[in-house]
Design a protein around this ligand. Structure first.
Ligand SMILES: Nc1ncnc2c1ncn2[C@@H]1O[C@H](COP(=O)(O)OP(=O)(O)OP(=O)(O)O)[C@@H](O)[C@H]1O
Length: 258
């Protein structure tokens, strides 16, 4: 379970871009985060894996408080958080198998990684996952020979090789054509069910969020202003999520404070 409580993030001395967020995600649910550009969606995801330092508040993953971790403990906790990126973040000149095995870095010795001496069970697991997502025949192909959809499948398998307790996806389909994009969303949804894994997806495509996720969280200027089943996301909710300006929200904050 991911439990975020009273999370605040402020970059420098500016206004907070995350304002006292509370969010709990249980079990194998697939949750999308939607909202205008600048609402704070990426910042929220990056606070969870600590690519961004939260200013205050708590983020617990299955009982481990992530915000307090340092050094080795932080690295160990990060391995439990799989991340899928918009730009795939593959090493182009490495093969699919090598990219996939980089999800095991931290689990195996640096020497074994450099020598590409992957443990047998890691190779077996990689093939299982690659078969599952349809890229096993590319195991020895360089990553830059693959299409966008295939590259994103490699990104998904690499994240799953970490044996994660949660999967975070930051606009995973934004670089893909509509059909491929739907395939990747379907895959994330199916894998969440098969692996009993919660998945949190930052996404701009509301139609895909409605079709492929169980729950939609709508953010506006650092706050969660909608959190419900896709069927509840009507026009009125969409207007609330996508209207307004940071200036209007700031005036509202000042009114509440006075
Ligand atoms: N490293 C940073 N330093 C300063 N401000 C930042 C930084 N990263 C993000 N911001 C600001 O934080 C706010 C939230 O940005 P964030 O990228 O989280 O929004 P978003 O909802 O993911 O937007 P988009 O959909 O465009 O990716 C924005 O006002 C942005 O300018």
């Amino acid at each position: 379970m991911l439990k975020i409580t009273d999370l605040v993030k402020r970059y420098g001395s500016g206004d907070p871009v995350l304002k006292n967020l509370d969010l709990t995600i249980e079990g194998e649910s697939v949750v999308s985060i939607i909202g205008s550009s600048g609402a704070g969606k990426s910042t929220l995801l990056r606070c969870i894996n600590r690519l961004v330092e939260p200013s205050s508040g708590s983020i617990e993953l299955n009982g481990t408080e992530l915000t307090k971790l340092r050094g080795r403990n932080l690295r160990a906790a990060r391995r439990k958080i799989g991340m899928v990126f918009q730009g795939f973040n593959l090493v182009d000149r490495l093969t699919v198998m090598e990219n996939v095995q980089s999800g095991r870095l931290g689990y195996i010795s640096t020497w074994a990684a450099i020598m590409r001496r992957y443990p047998k069970q890691d190779i077996r697991r990689a093939y299982e996952l690659m078969e599952r997502v349809g890229i096993a025949h590319y195991a020895n192909t360089r990553a830059d020979q693959l299409s966008g959809g295939e590259r994103q499948r490699v990104g998904v398998v690499r994240a799953l090789m970490q044996d994660p307790e949660i999967l975070l996806a930051d606009e995973p389909t934004a670089s893909l054509d509509p059909k491929t994009s739907e395939q990747i969303m379907g895959l994330l949804r199916d894998l969440a069910g098969e692996l009993k894994l919660p998945v949190l997806i930052n996404i701009h495509n509301v139609t895909e969020a409605k079709e492929y996720t169980d729950r939609i969280v709508g953010m506006r200027y650092g706050r969660i202003i909608f959190d419900d089943k896709p069927a509840q996301l009507d026009q009125e909710a969409m207007d609330r999520i996508y209207s307004g300006s940071p200036h209007a929200d700031r005036s509202e904050d000042l009114r509440q404070a006075s």
